[in-house]
Design a binder for this molecule. Structure first.
Ligand code: NOJ
Length: 666
């Protein structure tokens, strides 16, 4: 009898502990301003997000459709666990040296109430600047290898906010102009999706640590402000092949008071894993030039012939120029066998170890080494990842042999291997393989036609920069006339939130013999300022070297670093203007870039970010007298003044103009 009652008591204790969660599934940010709540309603799991008691996300449902069944119904919360974390970690390179990673975490275990009793956990990390969450599938009997047909994650926005985005399936390689549309009117869009609320808050939805999964797009449900995840499919319609144990990427929401705070959020990086490369001494940010604009302006060809750009002689000329002006590298495209074919369709004919006969790589790299300049390699695949993967090790070993430690990769073709989308799980797997193989050979990567970046550079800091943007090349050949003036005042707050951009600013000659109606739609001073505004640890000055000769404004390009210890955003309005100040990682000097859209603008710049009490010399490169981007874009006035942290500089930006400033500590 005694034993029976003991047993009963035990069962009772167990039931209480097992069936009722010990606390409420609620978690707040370390500063208490952001609150995430999780619940189950009719067997469906949901979460909400509030900031200072204002709804950011209303009841937003979670779950999946798997190939053989739904996985979003009949769910029960079985356990919850809250923890806290705080660390400061250093970036190998970046917009600042140290990053604070501080969050409170809520892990919610859920399981099907009956049937297969499959389970997953949703882990929320709440930072002072937003929220990240992901699904984790633990090892279990009834869920081993499975296929995700749909991810049902919702973001139920409180209102149909104004938003900036590009459409997902109609924009090749993310090379589109950002549209400003209320969220309920969006079609399927790529992330980052940036929004401004009526009460002046800024939100960005994106993802972090995209590993062996499909990229997430978003689409509004039935024209409402409830956004639903849309994973890029395989050609067969499946979304993701998954195993348990396994995790999804983090879904991220930055919540900011100003556009500048969106840019300064490091939530995405914090949600990636720490660096996996032990010796990072070979990873070096830098500024490079290239045998590149000449191809886009049709002065040179990629393929061997009378106008071949990648000749030994021409490359040496670029190396001389790089050495003279302190550039760390020279990119050379069109150096290898394969360009003579219809290469966007016949990428499988590229060789990555066979230089054209007029490109003597041995002589070139010896010459470059003598001049302390590196050849920046190029692997255009024409979208044939199969051909590239077959050659991957030999391709990187070949470059390593010649001391080439940075390679620009490219995937120009609407589909990879004629079949799969760049942002599918297929593409994601390939890009990761390239990054990891390159690391083995101590090669840095600049990836063009990528999948949208998600902060992997924290783990693999040899992933320096990526395209995935409508870059400066559109000013060479885009039939719509080139990038409109507002473009670069939007991308720092959209694509830029996904990571460094290889936009390649710095064109000095705006004439276009091939497409006279297409040109750089900025002033020259704005081209300078873009080196600061658009962040990239490998930053290319786009123009042909002859266009830089004897131009005093070139001084700004050659002295502007590509690695920073601190970044501040004194002033910005998305689509109108941006002012950014960055402190050099290797000196006490600051660099400022300020740009405007098609409207001329007067702004003030308080230098309060400078060290108090210290003296600086400001060297200012600004739009000259009477400058206007269409008719008179070139004059740059260069001025000097002594300043301190109390100085306020007046900025006078011409139409699509800019100002670039070097602040040298005295
Ligand atoms: C497109 C890239 O964006 C561009 O930079 C490159 O020159 C061409 N592909 C050829 O690879």
């Amino acid at each position: 009898m005694k034993q029976v009652s003991k047993l009963l008591l035990l069962v009772l204790i167990c039931l209480t502990a097992c069936s009722t969660p010990p606390q409420q599934p609620v978690v707040s940010s370390p500063d208490g301003s952001i609150r995430v709540e999780v619940g189950a309603e009719d067997g469906r799991l949901f979460y909400t997000v509030n900031k200072n008691d204002k709804v950011i996300l209303d009841k937003s449902f979670l779950g999946f459709v798997l190939k053989d069944s739904d996985f979003d119904k009949n769910l029960d919360i079985t356990n919850i666990k809250t923890t806290s974390f705080e660390e400061t970690w250093d970036q190998v390179w970046g917009e600042e040296t140290s990053v604070v990673n501080k969050y409170n975490q809520l892990a919610v275990d859920v399981a099907e109430k009956d049937g297969l009793k499959r389970k997953f956990t949703v882990v929320f990390r709440v930072f002072d600047d937003g929220v990240g969450f992901r699904y984790e599938f633990p090892e279990q009997e009834n869920l081993k290898d499975f296929v995700i047909m749909d991810e049902l994650t919702e973001f139920a926005l409180a209102d149909s906010h104004k938003s900036w985005s590009i459409p997902a399936y109609h924009t090749e390689y993310y090379e589109g102009l950002y549209r400003t549309i209320p969220v309920n009117e969006l079609d399927t869009v790529c992330t980052p999706l940036t929004m401004e609320t009526k009460d002046g808050m800024y939100l960005t939805i994106h993802e972090a640590n995209l590993t062996d999964y499909a990229a997430m797009n978003l689409l509004p449900k039935n024209k409402t402000s409830v956004l639903k995840a849309d994973l890029t499919p395989w050609s067969t319609g499946e979304k993701v092949y998954m195993n348990a144990p396994g995790v999804t990427p983090w879904r991220t929401i930055i919540i900011a008071a100003t556009p500048g705070d969106l840019m300064l959020s490091r939530l995405m990086l914090n949600l990636n894993e720490p660096c996996k490369i032990t010796d990072t001494s070979w990873i070096k940010p830098g500024r490079y030039i290239g045998i590149w604009w000449g191809m886009h302006m049709e002065k040179y060809t990629w393929y061997q012939g009378p106008k071949h750009g990648a000749t030994t002689e021409n490359t040496k000329r670029y190396i001389d120029f790089a050495a003279e002006h302190g550039f760390s590298g020279v990119l050379v495209e069109g150096w290898n066998d394969g360009w003579q074919n219809d290469w966007t369709k016949e990428g499988d004919k590229f060789s990555f170890t066979k230089p054209y006969s007029d490109f003597d790589i041995e002589e070139i790299t010896k010459y470059a080494a003598m001049k302390n300049v590196k050849l920046v390699g190029h692997h255009e695949t024409g979208g044939s990842t199969l051909n590239y993967e077959r050659q991957l090790d030999s391709a990187f070993a070949f470059y390593q042999k010649y001391g080439v430690d940075a390679v620009k990769t490219g995937y120009v073709s609407p589909l990879l291997d004629g079949k799969e989308r760049h942002s599918s799980q297929y593409g994601v797997r390939h890009y990761r393989k390239v990054i990891e193989t390159a690391a083995k050979y101590h090669v840095m990567i600049d990836n063009h036609e990528p999948v949208m970046p998600t902060g992997l550079q924290r783990t693999w800091p040899n992933l320096m920069t990526q395209e995935g943007v409508r870059g400066q090349e559109y000013d060479a050949w885009s039939r719509d006339g080139g990038n409109p003036p507002e473009h670069t005042t939007i991308i720092p707050f959209t694509r830029g939130l996904a990571g460094p951009i290889d936009f390649t600013p710095g064109t000095f000659n705006f004439t276009n013999p091939v497409y006279p109606n297409t040109r750089v739609q900025t002033t020259l001073a704005k081209q300078l300022a873009l080196s600061v505004v658009i962040y990239s640890p490998l930053q290319m000055a786009s123009d042909m070297i002859e266009n830089y000769e004897n131009n005093p404004a070139f001084e700004f390009i050659t002295s502007c670093p590509a690695n920073w210890s601190k970044t501040v955003v004194p002033d910005a309005k998305i689509g109108e203007y941006v002012t950014i100040a960055r402190k050099d990682r290797n000196s006490e000097n600051w660099y400022v870039g300020s740009i405007t859209n098609a409207d001329s603008r007067k702004l003030t710049l308080p230098l309060s970010f400078l060290d108090k009490g210290a003296k600086y010399k400001a060297r200012i490169f600004k739009d000259g007298e009477g400058v206007e981007y269409k008719s008179n874009p070139y004059p740059v006035a260069i001025e000097e003044m002594n300043v301190t942290s109390d100085t306020v500089i007046d900025l006078n930006l011409a139409t699509s103009g800019g100002t670039a400033i070097i602040l040298t500590k005295q």
